[in-house]
Design a protein around this ligand. Sequence first.
Ligand SMILES: Cc1cc2nc3c(=O)[nH]c(=O)nc-3n(C[C@H](O)[C@H](O)[C@H](O)COP(=O)(O)OP(=O)(O)OC[C@H]3O[C@@H](n4cnc5c(N)ncnc54)[C@H](O)[C@@H]3O)c2cc1C
Length: 268
Amino acid sequence: MRHYKTIDFSRYASIKIGPTLEVWVIEDEHYPQDAYIIGGANNVLLSPTPPPLMVLSKAYDYIKIENGRLVIGAATPGGKVVSFCKRHNIANFEFMAHLPGTVGGMIKMNAGLKEWEIFNYLYALKLDGDYYLKEHIPHGYRYCHLEGVVFEAHFNIEEGFQTQRLEMFRSMRSNQPKALSAGSCFKNPTGDHAGRLIEAVGLKGWRHGAVGFSAVHANFLVNYGGGTFDDAMYVISLAQQRVAETFGIVLDKEIIVLHENCQSKRDI
Ligand SMILES: Cc1cc2nc3c(=O)[nH]c(=O)nc-3n(C[C@H](O)[C@H](O)[C@H](O)COP(=O)(O)OP(=O)(O)OC[C@H]3O[C@@H](n4cnc5c(N)ncnc54)[C@H](O)[C@@H]3O)c2cc1C
C-alpha cells in the first residue's frame, strides 16, 4: 500500500524553515530509491524545493532488550531511550536526554556531546535488509558512511543508569541558545571551534533578515521568526567566506542542506 503524509516543515523542522510536502512513509522496508530519509528534522535545512522525502512509520518506534542487547527502532526519539534506560538501570545513554532527534538520525550524524557519541555503544545496525557490525561502518566526528535507511540499532548494555549525568548534560547546554535552530551550523575544524572563528570574523549575534548567528553561541544558526531558506544560506555562505579569507579554514557544514539539485541521498 502506498502511504504518504503531509508535513509542514515550517512547523516540523526544529529551525522552522521549509515547505509543506507530501512525504513517503516507510511501513515495511520498501521505499523509493530517489527519496531522502529524514528523522525528526533537527539537523536539516530545507529549501522550498527539496528532493522527495521519506520518514519511517511508527512501526519503527520501539525499544526492547533481546539476547542481552538493547534493540531500538530507528524512529525512536532519544528521550524515550533515556526513559527506558532509567527504568532498566542501563548506563551510557544519558547524553540523549537533551539531544533532539531519532535514533536513525543520531546514528547517521554520530550525534553526541563531547566524548559521548552514539557510536561508542553501538554493536550493530540494520541497514535496509542487512545487519552490519559497528566495526564495518566507517564513522567519526559527526559522520558515518552508510548508504540507505537505518531501520534498527543494537547496543551493548552496561548496568548503572547515572542520574547525576543528566545534570552534567543539562549544564553542557547552558551556553546554547533557546531560539529556533538546527543545532550546530558547522563542524568544529580540527583543533579549533567553529563558534570562535565565527565570532572572530564579527558574525556572532549578526543577522540577515530573520536568520543569524546566535549572540549566545556563535555556531548556532537561529531563526528569529519567519526566517527563510535564502536568509539562512546567505548567512552560512558569508561565514564560510569570511573564515576562509581570514584564517584559511574551510568551515564544513554540520547542518544538512536539502535543496532542489540533490535528487537522492547520494548527492548530499
Ligand atoms: C537545539 C539543538 C541542539 C542540538 N545539539 C546537538 C548536540 O549537542 N550534538 C549533536 O550531535 N547534535 C545536536 N543537534 C543536532 C541533532 O540533534 C542531531 O543531528 C540528531 O541526530 C538529529 O536527529 P533527527 O532524527 O532529527 O535527524 P534529521 O535531522 O531528520 O536527519 C539528520 C541526518 O540523519 C539522516 N537520517 C535520519 N534518519 C535516518 C535513518 N533512519 N536512516 C538513515 N539516515 C537517517 C538524514 O538523512 C540526515 O542526513 C542539535 C539540534 C538542535 C535542534
